[in-house]
Design a binder for this molecule. Structure first.
Ligand code: AVJ
Length: 334
């Protein structure tokens, strides 16, 4: 239906389009999931398929858009409160980042921390992970950088905390948690609470706000978000030989207030057929392929969710306009 599987989601950061060993498996999964999506109604597919090389580049451009406040705001909060966050972390802490992530963000933490001991970025994409890890290791020669190739939504085995080391702190920025349906978010937080036992999680969550502000963030004037959404069809044409007529699909993004989420869809502008994998699929005028959910939170709602998953919520940092929130969540000790 409209939710996406956890395992599907976990591979959304796959960016190994240039790694021949991985391309076939990634394409096969895309082909399989696209066929399943087109054969079901309402139609929906995991947002992980946005992130081929072109889609990843478009996402990087989204993060720079004037309307797309989350990245900029989270970076502002991180730099403003880095010292407070570092106090929570304590000396010789290690950071476990879920997703190989943005080095800009983790750098702000490392620079404020007292003798950070180790950085463990976890990502399903070995290629992207190796690049990020090597870049960070080069900049922080004292830091023990240990990339972990794994699906972080499953139970994770991490190296033991080193003797004499400080707390283990999970880092899940960007409101990536917003791609999960509520039940999936709860499941993810429960797994994280186990992996981070005795430590904590630093979690970025986008906040419910004026729907016009939300709307603009996903309907930018330059059309970068539209191109990002439509790239899913372009990718299907390029990679799988589908024949989507891109000009016959419209980017649609809107705030679904009762569900507290932005929904992105690709909407058929007319009645049409699409040929793919030896089959033909009918689209009615206005029929959509649902491509993404991006849940928004209240501070109290997020804290309640985390508590339900076993965390003890601590300090929350936010910006002046309360656009975005960063949560310190203490993991259970056992
Ligand atoms: C990477 C899932 C946090 O939901 O805002 C940006 C992805 N989609 N613009 C988000 C996205 C359209 C982004 N996340």
């Amino acid at each position: 239906m409209l939710t996406h599987g956890l395992i599907d989601f976990a591979t959304r950061r796959e960016r190994e389009q240039n790694a021949p060993a991985h391309v076939d498996a990634a394409s096969a999964a895309f082909a399989h999931d696209l066929a399943a999506a087109l054969a079901t109604r309402p139609r929906s597919i995991s947002p992980k398929y946005f992130y081929d090389a072109r889609g990843s580049a478009l996402f990087d451009r989204i993060c720079e858009l004037p309307e797309y406040y989350p990245t900029r705001t989270e970076l502002d909060i991180l730099s403003q409160y880095a010292a407070d966050i570092a106090v929570q972390m304590g000396p010789r802490a290690e950071i476990v980042e879920f997703g190989a992530g943005s080095l800009r963000k983790v750098r702000l933490l490392l620079d404020a921390m007292q003798s950070p001991a180790r950085y463990l970025p976890i990502d399903i994409s070995g290629e992207h992970l190796a690049r990020s890890a090597a870049a960070l290791q080069h900049e922080y020669p004292e830091l023990d950088v240990q990339p972990v190739v794994a699906d972080y939504t499953q139970r994770l085995l991490l190296p033991a905390v080193a003797p004499g080391a400080g707390r283990r702190v999970g880092f899940f920025p960007g409101s990536t948690i917003g791609n999960f349906a509520p039940q999936e978010a709860l499941h993810f937080l429960r797994v994280a609470a186990q992996v981070l036992r005795g430590g904590a999680l630093l979690l970025g969550a986008d906040l419910i706000k004026d729907p016009d502000v939300l709307h603009a963030a996903y309907n930018d004037a330059q059309g970068v978000t539209a191109a990002f959404n439509l790239n899913l069809l372009a990718r299907a044409n390029r990679e799988l030989g589908a024949d989507f007529a891109l000009e016959q699909f419209a980017h649609s993004a809107f705030y679904n207030a009762p569900q507290q989420r932005i929904e992105m869809h690709l909407m058929s502008r007319c009645r049409q057929q699409v040929a793919f994998g030896g089959n033909s699929y009918d689209f009615d005028e206005g029929e959509t392929l649902h491509t993404e959910n991006s849940y928004k939170f209240t501070i109290t709602g997020l804290r309640a969710l985390a508590a339900h998953a076993g965390f003890r919520p601590g300090p929350v940092w936010t910006d002046e306009k309360r656009l975005f929130s960063l949560h310190w969540l203490n993991a259970p000790s056992e």
